[in-house]
Design a protein around this ligand. Structure first.
Ligand code: SF4
Ligand code: SF4
Length: 256
């Protein structure tokens, strides 16, 4: 079994286990340990320091930790850890067995991928103005945390994520996830402070420009347009490298 798949399954099972524990034990909502909690009821409300050592503080800690990690290694959280990302990948792989992959043109991808910054901005505004409940009701993690009762708005988001993810791989991660937007901003800040993060690199001398890597990229990145994949949307899954017919052409590295 591939190492990344192993990590994905492990973290997915861990999430299910935590969800089961939280729901069955009637503890605080699993929503509290979501890394995006730093926005929902953390730093922006000025109460991150007053959360104590409780379960919500863990969410805040994880949120900041993965942002720091992203500065050096990119969005490995999305590629290896996030249960929502893994679930979308697992679902899409069922479709891939029967049908060809669906990709959209790169210009549309670039435009749609900006949507997640709008989601981030809107949620931040709602938080600071005290209206976070408006979007929290549509949060997929919150919906799961309310089990076995149903949070209708959140459940609708979960259904929308599942259906959209059947047509376009990682639809949520590519276009809508506000935490992905935060991770991307964190990478940009890292670059601003001179941190050279690890990127996917294509060896131009070995490459035969067949484009198989780009076709198979779950984030629909135009790998052929540059030597180092500069997009902060790269989740370091290395599927490009696995599918490349010229073994060893794609690897990871830092730009000098
Ligand atoms: S396939 Fe390659 S370029 Fe695309 S997200 Fe995965 S590692 Fe990044
Ligand atoms: S799949 Fe490999 S050989 Fe083909 S374009 Fe991508 S890096 Fe080059």
């Amino acid at each position: 079994m591939k190492k990344r798949l192993l990590y994905q399954i492990l973290f997915f099972l861990l999430s299910i286990g935590i969800l089961g524990f939280v729901v069955l034990a009637g503890k605080k909502s699993i929503h509290n340990i979501c890394p995006y909690a730093i926005v929902c009821f953390g730093a922006l409300k000025g109460n991150l320091l007053t959360l104590g050592l409780g379960i919500a503080a863990l969410g805040g800690f994880l949120g900041i930790l993965f942002m720091v990690v992203a500065m050096f290694w990119g969005r490995v959280f999305c590629g290896f850890i996030c249960p929502l990302g893994s679930a979308q990948e697992f679902l899409y792989s069922l479709k891939r067995r029967r049908k060809k992959r669906t990709q959209i043109p790169y210009f549309a991808e670039r435009k749609l991928s900006k949507l997640k910054y709008w989601v981030l901005g809107i949620t931040m505004i709602l938080v600071v103005t005290g209206f976070s409940w408006i979007y929290i009701n549509f949060c997929p993690i919150y919906a799961l945390s309310r089990l076995p009762a149903l949070a209708l708005g959140g459940l609708l988001t979960v259904v929308a994520i599942v259906i959209s993810g059947m047509f376009l791989e990682r639809f949520w991660c590519r276009f809508l996830c506000p935490y992905a937007a935060l991770l991307n901003i964190s990478q940009a800040l890292g670059t601003l402070f001179g941190i050279k993060r690890i990127k996917v690199r294509r060896n131009l001398e070995r490459c035969i420009d067949c484009g198989i890597c780009s076709i198979n990229c779950p984030m629909n990145l135009d790998i052929l347009s540059e030597e180092f994949v500069s997009s902060s949307d790269c989740i370091h899954c290395m599927r490009c490298s696995e599918k490349c017919p010229k073994s060893g052409t794609i690897c990871k590295g830092r730009e000098s």
